[in-house]
Design a binder for this molecule. Structure first.
Ligand code: UDP
Length: 243
């Protein structure tokens, strides 16, 4: 396949922390990370500019930690730091297989990551580096889904690819209900009005206001990242249909 066959030239790939945990309940599963980065390399070699936004839910989610008595803002900062741990794991795995990367953190952490500077991030992408956005937005009360929307707009990505453990967006939870119906296409407004579990409302609104499409797809199935960037109609497309 050549770069000409790419449907999207610059993408944000949002990875929920859970994906890095593989079959585990918690933490990072090295075998899963290795398989995952190989797929990223494959797409990168096609000429696709990729920026990753990584979550932290495999280590800590602010809202859950605050339920256990930690101040919400403190818990959220802990969550943002968890995303930095995941980012370093991904960077290490990508560099080991020869992919040039930069971790850019929204929270200054000079020893392990560059500080996020928009124009520098764009330059890294233009130079063919995989950029890993760490530290979320740098603000408590937000999520890494919102980070993905924000960064997508800032760096001019054409789409957000939301990597999950299920095939796309369903009307009910497919892990609990076998009869759950998969949506092939939705508008941003439908996601908001039906309260579908795609991304949080802040993230969806930002995408809607800026007409940015989102594709939700199953990253556990090998080859799916390549299929998505080459325009194959897998998963659920949120936005104006062009497929
Ligand atoms: N977080 C935050 N601000 C941000 C991004 C993340 O406070 O801009 C915190 C928040 O506590 C969140 C945690 O970091 O629960 C981990 O991120 P997220 O829940 O989005 O990870 P995911 O569910 O995608 O693994």
């Amino acid at each position: 396949m050549t770069a000409v066959e790419l449907r999207y030239k610059r993408v944000i790939l949002k990875i929920t922390g859970e994906v890095l945990a593989g079959e585990r309940q918690y933490g990072i599963d090295p075998a899963t990370v290795t398989r995952f980065v190989e797929e990223i390399r494959e797409v990168h070699e096609l000429g696709c500019e990729i920026a990753l936004v990584i979550g932290g839910g495999n280590i800590l989610r602010g809202a859950e930690a605050s339920d256990h008595g930690i101040d919400r803002a403190s818990a959220d900062y802990m969550g943002m730091l968890a995303t930095v741990i995941n980012s370093i794991a991904l960077q290490d795995a990508l560099e080991k297989i020869g992919v040039s990367t930069r971790v850019m953190s929204a929270i200054e952490m000079r020893q392990v990551a560059e500080l996020y500077i928009r124009r520098r991030a764009v330059r890294h992408l233009e130079k063919g580096r995989v950029v890993i956005f760490a530290g979320g937005t740098g603000n408590p009360y937000f999520t890494t889904d919102t980070t993905a929307s924000l960064r997508a707009m800032e760096v001019g990505a054409e789409v957000i690819l939301k990597a999950t453990k299920v095939r796309g967006v369903y009307d009910t939870d497919p892990l609990k209900n076998h009869g759950a119906k998969l949506f092939r296409e939705l508008t941003h407004m439908e996601v908001l009005s039906k309260e579908l579990k795609v991304m949080d409302a802040t993230a969806i609104s930002l995408c809607m206001d800026n007409k940015l499409p989102i594709i939700v797809f199953n990253v556990m199935e090998r080859g799916n990242i390549r299929k998505v960037v080459s325009g194959q109609p897998i998963g659920t497309l949120v936005g104006v249909s062009d497929r």
